[in-house]
Design a protein around this ligand. Structure first.
Ligand code: AWU
Length: 463
């Protein structure tokens, strides 16, 4: 057990699985480097701290602040900004008071990129604020650019208006419908100033910690450093449970598996190497009826072995269209398909030798986990930064095959079935590239570039 160095920092995740999971993994790495950490969570996320509190009883402390009311009354495109604003209004005064009540308060705030307002809190307290980005440098470059040089069609309903970013390497271009909903709606909307100020507060903060690795996004890290005017940008990922972590640890990462992990592993153990397609769309996506019908039909007719994880409808937003597993489906695919309704032990599944393909929405954590596992990915981005992540995987890295795009490009089930079948072929060019990139990712976090960058970051904090 490393003794704490006395350097005390506040770690403040945005209370959503895809944001809190990687920041907890990063916190583990900060703790083993001797830092003392207070981590701020809302009550619902407190159980996620258990594994870390038990292994770092003296250097990890928890600060539990209430969660704001739900954004149920907001239209979907305004929910994110409504939550960000509610968290700020509730937590800012509480945090200020907490800091002032501490005999040895944190000397630094590390907070999620959706908490840009913490830059003002940090400034009021006279401490630096570091941005934690659970998304990659490519996606953040696009996000910054959207705020600094906003583009919009004359008619906001013109979904095929092309948005281009010539200053960003590889000059990505997007149809208007791929721009995140919460950004599209802001043209002329009062929420726009708030969302943009959050992004610009990140740009004005002391530095960045990215869940990414230099070898994956070098051109984008270089681009960001030029745009920010400094090089306090540290690529420290992929932050994952160590390769040698016990199954229990990776199986409970982010939540309890809806099916006992040993049952999932036993099912996979009975299948040949790289023969199984794992399908999961992250912690937030709920498939529409059409998407679910196409997906289940393609999996059934493709003939592949598959492990399908789908989320049930979010009772808060039950009114939204959501697809369900067809009646009798599980019986029909018995022996070839395994369906998990709820939460899968994703990292443990991806690490299993039987899994050869990952059909993913390209959330950044899933993207990194697929890269680290060396599997072929089929991309079906649904929103947020996922279209950018899919461009990186398919067009730049060549480790993935485009399958679908949101609800705008839902593939024919026969086309998806064929993609599923070819994706598990051993000779796929994407597979050899995926294996090479996996080696690079794992060496980055095993004494490579990401370890050096995190050591450099900690040295700057503790000098
Ligand atoms: P992931 O980033 O893959 O997806 P979301 O949950 O959608 O998170 C941002 O987080 C992304 O860049 C955004 O695009 C947005 C969001 N998991 C699991 O273990 N079991 C499950 O059944 C489902 C998920 C884990 C998975 C991953 C995380 C999901 C940063 O997508 O292993 O670590 O939950 O994050």
């Amino acid at each position: 057990m490393t003794t704490a160095t006395g350097v005390h920092i506040l770690v403040y995740p945005f209370p959503s699985s895809g944001h809190i999971i990687p920041l907890l993994d990063l916190t583990q790495r900060l703790l083993i480097r001797g830092l003392t950490v207070t981590i701020l969570v809302t009550p619902a996320n407190l159980p996620l701290l258990d594994p870390y509190l038990s292994t770092h009883p003296s250097s990890l402390k928890q600060l539990v602040l209430p969660a704001p009311g739900s954004a149920i009354s907001c239209p979907p495109q305004k929910r994110l900004v409504s939550i960000i604003r509610a968290i700020r209004d509730l937590h800012y005064p509480m945090l200020l008071q907490w800091f002032q009540s501490q005999s040895s308060p944190p000397m630094t705030i590390v907070s999620d990129f959706f908490l840009g307002w913490t830059r003002h809190l940090a400034s009021e307290l006279g401490v630096p604020r570091i941005v934690f980005s659970p998304s990659g440098a490519f996606a953040l470059s696009v996000g910054f650019s959207m705020c600094r040089d906003p583009q919009e069609p004359d008619d906001p309903e013109d979904m095929n208006f092309q948005v281009s970013f010539p200053k960003i390497p590889n000059s990505p271009v997007y149809p208007w419908w791929q721009i995140p909903q919460h950004v599209r709606c802001f043209r002329g909307d009062p929420d726009r100033e708030f969302y943009m100020s959050n992004i610009l507060d990140n740009a004005a903060s002391w530095g960045f910690l990215f869940n990414s690795f230099v070898e994956l996004e070098r051109v984008y890290f270089d681009h960001l450093k030029r745009e920010l005017g400094h090089d306090r940008v540290f690529a420290v990922g992929p932050v994952l449970p160590p390769d040698n972590s016990n199954l229990e640890e990776s199986a409970s990462r982010g939540g309890v598996s809806s099916v006992p992990c040993h049952e999932v592993m036993t099912w996979l153990d009975a299948r040949p190497d790289h023969s199984v397609v794992y399908v999961c769309f992250g912690s937030r996506v709920v498939l529409t009826s059409r998407q679910m019908d196409v997906l289940t039909s393609a999996l059934e007719s493709s003939g592949v072995q598959f492990l399908l994880c789908v989320r049930g409808p979010d009772e808060k937003f039950a009114s939204d269209d959501h697809g369900v597993i067809p009646c009798g489906y599980e019986a029909r695919v018995e022996g070839r398909g395994f369906v998990i309704k709820g939460w899968a032990p994703q990292v443990a599944v991806l690490r299993h030798r039987a899994v050869g393909t990952f059909l993913t929405h390209c959330g950044w954590n899933s993207t990194l986990e697929g890269i680290a596992a060396g599997v072929v990915m089929l991309t079906w981005p649904m929103g947020a930064d996922q279209y950018t992540n899919a461009k990186l995987l398919v067009d730049q890295l060549g480790v993935a095959i485009r399958a679908g795009e949101g609800t705008q490009n839902i593939p024919e089930s026969t086309v998806l079935a064929r993609l599923l079948a070819i994706s598990v072929e051993g000779s796929r060019p994407e597979r050899s590239r995926a294996n090479e990139l996996s080696d690079v990712a794992l060496s980055a976090v095993n004494a490579g570039s990401s370890v050096k960058e995190l050591d450099e970051f900690v040295k700057l904090l503790t000098d």
